[in-house]
Ligand binder design. Structure first.
Ligand SMILES: Nc1ncnc2c1ncn2[C@@H]1O[C@H](COP(=O)(O)OP(=O)(O)OP(=O)(O)O)[C@@H](O)[C@H]1O
Ligand SMILES: [Mg+2]
Length: 396
């Protein structure tokens, strides 16, 4: 069919034409904002899930809900290469300017501007982050150089400024697992402060499934401040909708057998569904997509996944890391015991522990429970098995 009207969105973070499932999550977020607006306390959310499951898309929905509720939503992606302090200074500055334009700053907003300026100069002394903040820095606030203390000051000042305007501020952070322990601790501590002061500022986020553990290590009270709902693959009915609905809007239908094939192949993972939808649309004559079309598309989907989605995950891995993951894949998709993987490699656990730690820090593996590791990418075991043989030199 016409590629120009292909309605599927197999791209990272791309809002799907039809958002399947996730209604409860979106509604919970609305309730969170409404409660905070009214001065009630409520646990904030950090959504967790595997790669391609729809975390970034859900954060996008949160952003829409925030706009709908007249909250200021500031979204950002955490990265190992971006220093968090300066990033936060910039985001806080943007938040304040969106809470109210400078011409209409009240006394709280002016103080907040001074606190944010003070914070900005602390994390970036050259002053390059203070644009739009032409007030005196509030000396003695947010200027200790300890992110823990300073960020709490910033959140508190922002909260007071937001409340002055009957608004709220929510920071939406993606890839939260890439925060260092100290950074995560500071963020949780800052939210703690706003909860104590009943101020309408919070942070919600998304990241890989090791997050609840990381947060608990950083601050013991994290579990009381945050919920960590895990989003998984779509259940069969929602998976079918994710496939069928975008086509239906274009006047194209699916044979039931084709839907069943796609749901089976993708295991309900949203990214795989979008990739399959796109391929089968291009292959099919239409206006009904048949089981034959689905069968013809399957090989194309697999080639596409291998060359992009999976491939990009292994590209920056060393041969030793690849061998480790291949050994894990040998054992299957489930969480694997470190000692079992070492055994496949013919090594002692201690010998390969640094490798395992590196793969976790790169976000390729996570530890669902002590001593076990699992792939963060769905169906990665199958890919590794296709990619190289156990005793092979890994492909370049
Ligand atoms: N609820 C949904 N219904 C239909 N398609 C969806 C849904 N959620 C996400 N998608 C699609 O799935 C793909 C992956 O979504 P997204 O980028 O949000 O995943 P992610 O969990 O953030 O992945 P990663 O961990 O790699 O960042 C996108 O192509 C998106 O269009
Ligand atoms: Mg994402």
């Amino acid at each position: 069919m016409d590629r120009a009207t292909n309605p599927y969105t197999p791209n990272a973070g791309a809002p799907p034409r039809y958002l399947a499932g996730r209604r409860a999550e979106v509604e919970d977020f609305r309730v969170l904002l409404r409660r905070l607006s009214r001065g009630y306390t409520e646990q904030s959310v950090v959504v967790t899930g595997l790669r391609g499951v729809g975390k970034t898309v859900l954060l996008g929905q949160y952003q829409a809900v925030a706009a709908d509720e007249d909250w200021v939503a500031i979204d950002a992606e955490v990265s190992k290469n971006t220093p968090f302090g300066p990033q936060l200074a910039n985001l806080a500055r943007r938040a304040l300017l969106q809470v109210s334009p400078k011409a209409r700053w009240g006394s709280r907003a002016r103080i907040a501007a001074g606190v944010i300026k003070s914070f900005s100069l602390t994390v970036q002394p050259d002053g390059s982050l203070t644009g739009g903040l032409d007030v005196e820095a509030e000396h003695g606030r947010a200027d200790t150089g300890n992110l823990n203390d300073d960020l709490a000051d910033v959140f508190e000042a922002l909260g007071a400024a937001a409340r002055e305007r009957d608004r709220g501020v929510v920071f939406l952070f993606d890839e939260v697992q890439f925060l260092s322990k100290a950074e995560l601790e500071a963020l949780i501590g800052a939210v703690h402060r706003t909860v104590q002061r009943q101020l309408p500022v919070t942070f919600a986020g998304a990241g890989l499934p090791q997050l609840p553990g990381l947060a608990g290590d950083a601050k013991s009270y994290a579990e009381r401040l945050f919920k960590f709902p895990e989003i998984g693959p779509l259940p069969p009915e929602a998976a079918a909708e994710a496939l069928v609905e975008p086509a239906r809007a274009e006047g194209v239908t699916f044979a039931a057998a084709a839907v069943a094939d796609v749901v089976r192949y993708t295991d309900g993972y949203p990214y795989f569904i979008q990739e399959f939808g796109r391929a089968v649309w291009d292959v099919a004559e239409g206006p009904t997509i048949t089981a034959d079309d689905a069968r013809a598309a399957e090989a194309l989907v697999e080639a596409e996944l291998d060359s992009s989605f999976f491939r990009s995950r292994v590209q920056r891995s060393t041969p030793e890391e690849l061998r480790y993951m291949r050994a894990m894949a040998e054992l299957g998709a489930e969480a694997q015991k470190a000692s079992d993987v070492a055994e496949v490699l013919g090594k002692a656990s201690e010998q390969v522990a640094p490798l395992r730690a590196r793969l976790i820090s790169k976000g390729l593996l996570y530890t669902p429970r002590y001593g076990y590791a699992k792939f963060t990418v769905p169906q990665f075991d199958r890919f590794m098995n296709r990619y190289m043989a156990l005793d092979d030199v890994p492909p370049a």
